[in-house]
Ligand binder design. Structure first.
Ligand code: SF4
Length: 546
């Protein structure tokens, strides 16, 4: 990967040439570079075996991910994406666990029209994947006290600051013409002052959250920023570093999920420079030999917080102040109706596994079209419809009712709060199903809870098809992680606010056996919990897990 990046002439490689050849797929090297442009080359895994058996090459498909800083989309942008779902994807699109958008089942010939159309609507896929700073996540809620603008503005400024400077994106997808350097009539390269020619060792995730608001799972990010008054009374940000949830089944000793450490505090005017200093320290110190251990969390694990702080301070040219104490973290999903800062309302709509399809897609498009609502994609794969006048609320709700879409109050909490990654059939990493079996898993869970009088329990269940952890199962109260085609590891006891990891409770469990694993815990919880105690806290307090 390091060689491919270095030789790519600022992420160009042979993308332009291969895009227009007759084949349905790109070469392996180009496949690596595509990620920096927001594209994953995949194949339809439902038909992989049959095609292999019959001597056919894989059915090549592409996932295209848009970066949406802070999850903020205008009505026009949403409707453009909605149209693209039909013209170049599989009639659906997906709200991601980082507040972005993904389209699946695109074909090679549809990529350039797709990206051009997004670009016309000021949505980019550049740096949505790849070894760069990824989409900046922020609390999406336009809360009644105007606070959200602070985070959204910062998310958008950081997105611009960390976006690669290469013009390759425009040459390949927008203009269709490779730029030539004037001197030698050779393909151009661009200066990447921050990233250099090899970009980052791997991906880098930034999250922004209000103190105590766990809606972004802040401790799972490489860099977390929390606006909070410093010990000197000045405005500023607490800085957390080194979170990350991916692991590798085959390497349980040296790959693992990890929560971020508190690094210090910076005044508000220094926060963007601080973010850059952290990214630069990671660029320089991250492991470029072993991609399984290339994330920032392993730098923190290897050299410790104090040494990493010195590295950041050296690049920042200033000392970090000690961070003030942060309040306890709580689960917020921002679903349902809430008043916002301008007297209007926002409605948080649960979208199962973030998949905008069928009735959800139709209802959301109708409301957005008719009421011109701006939107916020949440880091929990849901969507907030914003700027709704009081007088419009009944009509908006009526649209969802007419389409048969359940709103937050209609759902059992366990269903409302659940998350699942796409997994099969699109994700090349998937070892097991996730999104497609999640509804059944949740039905079983609802039954088990109901039998014990726990139907109203706020219970966070998250499911992934592999240990990469895209739906953040390791911070859930119940995390279900694919290990093999039919076996899942069960992790229990994460904190609802995302500031404590779940611990392994069972390995290689078949979905049919989940009740026998969870039932005894639910039994004990029903009779032994303390008033107001969450399931995750109960397991943590009473459990004897590994
Ligand atoms: Fe794919 Fe694994 Fe991420 Fe799920 S968690 S989307 S299976 S990489």
């Amino acid at each position: 990967m390091e060689d491919v990046k270095a030789a790519s002439r600022s992420l160009r490689g042979a993308l332009s040439q291969e895009l227009t050849d007759e084949t349905p797929a790109f070469s392996a090297d180009s496949g690596h570079l595509l990620k920096f442009h927001g594209i994953y080359q995949q194949d339809d895994r439902d038909v992989r075996r049959e095609r292999t058996r019959s001597g056919h090459e894989p059915d090549h498909i592409f996932m295209v991910r848009a970066s949406v800083p802070g999850g903020a989309l205008s009505a026009t942008q949403w409707l453009a994406i909605d149209r693209l779902a039909d013209t170049v994807a599989d009639g659906t699109f997906r709200l991601t666990s980082r507040g972005g958008i993904q389209l699946h089942f695109a074909r090679k010939e549809g990529l350039a029209p797709l990206i051009r159309s997004l670009d016309e609507h000021l949505v980019t896929t550049l740096a949505a994947c790849g070894d760069v700073v990824r989409n900046i996540v922020a609390c999406p809620a336009p809360l009644a006290d105007s606070r959200q603008k602070v985070l959204l503005d910062l998310a958008q400024r950081l997105a611009v600051r960390f976006r690669p400077r290469t013009r390759a994106y425009y040459e390949v997808w927008i203009d269709g013409e490779p730029a030539l350097s004037a001197a030698e009539a050779e393909p151009a390269t661009d200066l990447e002052p921050l990233y250099g020619t090899t970009y980052l060792p791997r991906k880098f995730k930034i999250g922004l959250a209000w103190p105590g608001d766990g809606c972004t799972d802040l401790f799972s990010h490489d860099l977390g920023l929390v606006p909070i008054t410093g010990t000197d009374g000045a405005d500023g940000f607490a800085v957390l570093v080194g979170g990350g949830l991916g692991a590798t089944h085959a390497r349980p000793d040296d790959t693992f999920p990890r929560l971020a450490d508190l690094l210090g505090w910076v005044p508000a005017e220094a926060v963007e420079d601080l973010a850059e200093a952290v990214v630069l320290a990671y660029r320089d110190l991250g492991d470029r030999e072993d991609r399984k251990r290339a994330r920032l969390k392993y730098v923190l694990e290897d050299i410790g917080v104090a040494a990493f702080r010195r590295e950041v301070e050296a690049r920042l040219g200033a000392r970090l102040a000690p961070a003030p104490a942060l309040p306890p973290w709580q689960a917020h999903d921002h679903l349902g109706w809430h008043s916002q800062d301008d007297g209007r309302w926002f409605l948080g709509v649960p979208v199962p596994s973030g998949r905008v399809t069928g009735a959800w897609r139709a209802a959301l498009a109708e409301v957005v079209e008719r009421h011109r609502t701006d939107l916020r994609v949440t880091p929990r794969q849901d969507v907030l419809l914003t700027g709704i006048d009081d007088a419009e609320r009944t009509a908006v709700e009526a649209v969802f009712r007419r389409h048969g879409v359940a709103l937050a109050g209609d759902l059992a909490p366990v269903r409302r709060l659940a998350m699942a990654c796409p997994a099969l059939p699109t994700c090349g990493q998937a070892l097991a199903e996730a999104e497609r079996v999640a509804p059944d898993v949740l039905s079983v869970m609802e039954g088990e809870l109901g039998r014990r009088g726990l139907s109203g329990l706020d219970l966070h269940v998250r499911m992934t098809g592999c240990p990469n952890g895209c739906a953040r199962p390791y911070t859930a109260e119940i995390g279900i992680v694919g290990r093999s085609k039919t076996g899942y590891d069960v992790h229990l006891g994460g904190a609802p606010g995302g500031d404590r990891l779940a611990r392994p409770a069972a390995r290689g469990v078949k979905l049919a056996d989940l009740p026998s694993v969870l039932g005894p815990w639910f039994d004990r919880f029903a009779t032994e919990r303390e008033p107001g105690e969450s399931f995750g806290d109960f397991v943590h307090r009473t459990g004897s897990l590994a």
